[in-house]
Write a new protein. Structure first.
Length: 505
C-alpha cells in the first residue's frame, strides 16, 4: 500500500507524535523545529487529501483494517478536506510567527511546553475533522480543548490565567453536554460510527432519546463555537492569550466546532428532523441575528483592540450559523465559505495586532494590551502592519474583491431564494456595524495624534519585525486572493453543500 493511502491517519499521527518529542528534547528551538515540520507535513497531506477527494470521492481509512462499524473509521469528504486545509495551513503559518514572538510573551523555560501544547491542539483539531467515530470525535475534542486551556494560561498577563479558567469551566460544560448526547445516540443505535449511526436513526428519529441527544449536542457544540449568548468565554480568552495562540484559535477552533455541528446535523440526525420537524432553524436564525447585531455593537465600544476583534468574531460566527439556518445549498455554501474566509482574515488580524504590541514596546510603550489610546498614530509609524489590519478588516466587512464578499453574496442569494428580503437588509445593515468598528481602528491609527506628537516630539518608525509581518501578510494576501480567484474556495464549498443538502433523510 502506497504512502498516499495512509494520509488520513498520518494527518493526525504526525503532529500528535511531535508533541511528546517536543517535551523530551526540552529545548525551545528543537521543539519549534519538530512541531513546525509536523505542521507543514500536515498541510501538505491535507492538500493531498483534497486532491484525492476531488479525483475519487470520499476517502476512507480503517484503523487496524477493522471495517466499520466494528472498527474506527477515518473519513474525508469534500467538507472535511476543505477544513483540513484551513486548520493545517493556518498552523503552518502561525508557527514561524510564534518563533519570533514567544520570547516576549512566554517565559523562556516554557517555550518547549508551548510547542508541545500547540502540536496537541493541532492534532486534536485535525482528528475532530477526520474521524468518522463519535467517541473518537469527543476524545479529539478534549485533546484540543485541554491543550488550549494551557496555551491561553501561558500568557504573561495574570488575566490570562483567569480567562483560561473561565474557558475551562465553560468548555467542560460544553464537553459534558456533547458526551451525554453521544451516549443517548449510542443507546438508540448501538454504534458509534457517524454514518452508520445516521442510517440506524432513520427509523427512530422521533423518539425522545434522539430528541434529547439533539438538544444536548446542539447546546454543547454551540458553546464550543461561541454562538451568542454562549460566547462568554471567548472575549477574555482571545484578549489575554499570547498573540500567536489568539490567532490560531480565532482561525481554527470555533471553525472546527461549526464543522462538528454541520456533521451531526446532516450526517447523523438528517435534514428532516433538524430543519423540518423542529423549530431549530428559527432558533438559530434569531440567535445568529443577535450575534450579528449585538456582538458587533458591543465591539464598537471596546477600548482594547484585541477585545474589539474578539467580539467581532462572535458577530462573524453569526453569519456562519445564519447560512446554516436556511437549509439550502446557497445557505450552507455561505456557511462553509465564511468558515474558511473568516479564519484567514481574523488569523491575519490577530497576528498583526501582535506586531503592533511589539512595536509599542520598541517605541517605549511597554508590552501591555493594545488599547486604542496606545495605538494612536501607529498608522504612520507602522504603516505595513496597520495596512494589513485594514485590508483584513475589509474582508470582515465584505467589500467586493475580498474573500468576505463571497460569504455575503451567497447569504443574500440564499435569502432571495427563499423570499426573505428582510434578511437581505439585515445582512447589509450588520455589515455597516463591521464598517464602524474597522473604521474605529483606521481613525485612531491614522487620524489621531499620538501622545508624543501632541507633546511636539518626533515619532520614529518602528515597523514590526519581518518574521512577524511575513506570516501575517500571507493570510492577508490569501484573503484578497480568494476574493478574486474562487476556483478553490467556492467550488469546495458548493461541492460540500450539494453533497450534504438533500442527500439523506
Amino acid at each position: 500500500m502506497s504512502l498516499a493511502a495512509h494520509l488520513p491517519v498520518l494527518q493526525v499521527v504526525v503532529p500528535l507524535l511531535s508533541a511528546p518529542l517536543a517535551v523530551l528534547v526540552r529545548h525551545g528551538g528543537l521543539a519549534f523545529g519538530l512541531v513546525t515540520a509536523a505542521a507543514w507535513a500536515a498541510f501538505a497531506m491535507a492538500i493531498g487529501l483534497w486532491f484525492q477527494v476531488g479525483e475519487s470521492g470520499t476517502v476512507t481509512y480503517h484503523i487496524g483494517s477493522w471495517p466499520p462499524p466494528w472498527g474506527i473509521e477515518y473519513r474525508v469528504d469534500r467538507l472535511a478536506s476543505f477544513v483540513l486545509v484551513l486548520v493545517s495551513g493556518v498552523a503552518a503559518v502561525v508557527l514561524p510567527y510564534s518563533r519570533a514572538c514567544v520570547g516576549r510573551e512566554i517565559a523562556r523555560e516554557q517555550h518547549y511546553l508551548y510547542y508541545a501544547m500547540f502540536a496537541l491542539c493541532l492534532a486534536g483539531l485535525l482528528g475532530i475533522v477526520i474521524t468518522g467515530d463519535a467517541f473518537n470525535l469527543f476524545v479529539f475534542l478534549e485533546i484540543s480543548s485541554l491543550s488550549t486551556y494551557v496555551l491561553i494560561a501561558l500568557g504573561r498577563d495574570r488575566r490570562a490565567l483567569a480567562a483560561s479558567y473561565r474557558y475551562l469551566i465553560m468548555g467542560s460544560i460544553g464537553a459534558t453536554f456533547i458526551v451525554i448526547g453521544i451516549g443517548f445516540l449510542y443507546l438508540m443505535t448501538g454504534t458509534l460510527n457517524l454514518v452508520d449511526m445516521g442510517t440506524r436513526l432513520s427509523g427512530v428519529e422521533n423518539s425522545r432519546p434522539v430528541l434529547v441527544a439533539l438538544a444536548f449536542l446542539t447546546v454543547g457544540i454551540c458553546l464550543k463555537l461561541a454562538l451568542f449568548p454562549l460566547h462568554q468565554w471567548l472575549p477574555n480568552a482571545y484578549t489575554y492569550a499570547p498573540s500567536a495562540v489568539t490567532a490560531f484559535l480565532a482561525a481554527t477552533a470555533t471553525k472546527v466546532s461549526v464543522y462538528v455541528l454541520i456533521r451531526f446535523y446532516f450526517t447523523v440526525f438528517g435534514e428532516s428532523l433538524v430543519f423540518h420537524k423542529l423549530p431549530l432553524p428559527e432558533i438559530m436564525l434569531w440567535l445568529s441575528l443577535m450575534a450579528m447585531f449585538g456582538a458587533s455593537a458591543v465591539a464598537l465600544f471596546q477600548n482594547n483592540l484585541k477585545r474589539l476583534f474578539a467580539y467581532s468574531s462572535v458577530g462573524q460566527i453569526g453569519y456562519i450559523t445564519l447560512g446554516l439556518s436556511f437549509d439550502s445549498v446557497y445557505g450552507l455554501t455561505a456557511s462553509v465559505l465564511h468558515l474558511f474566509n473568516h479564519g484567514l482574515a481574523k488569523g491575519a488580524i490577530f497576528l498583526l495586532i501582535g506586531g503592533l504590541v511589539l512595536g509599542l514596546g520598541r517605541s517605549g510603550g511597554g508590552h501591555g494590551q493594545p488599547t486604542l489610546d496606545r495605538i494612536a498614530g501607529l498608522g504612520r509609524r507602522m504603516p505595513i502592519t496597520c495596512l494589513g489590519i485594514f485590508l483584513a478588516g475589509l474582508s470582515l466587512i465584505g467589500v467586493p474583491g475580498t474573500a468576505g464578499f463571497l460569504t455575503k453574496w451567497y447569504l443574500i442569494l440564499a435569502a432571495l431564494e427563499q423570499g426573505q428580503y428582510w434578511l437581505v437588509a439585515a445582512v447589509l445593515l450588520s455589515s455597516l456595524l463591521a464598517v464602524a468598528y474597522v473604521w474605529r481602528f483606521v481613525e485612531v491609527a491614522w487620524f489621531r495624534p499620538s501622545a508624543r506628537e501632541e507633546a511636539g516630539q518626533d515619532e520614529v518608525r518602528h515597523e514590526a519585525p519581518r518574521a512577524l509581518l511575513v506570516p501575517a501578510w500571507l493570510l492577508v494576501l490569501a484573503s484578497l486572493w480568494f476574493g478574486l480567484d474562487t476556483s478553490f474556495t467556492v467550488s469546495s464549498a458548493l461541492d460540500a453543500a450539494e453533497a450534504l443538502v438533500g442527500s439523506g433523510r
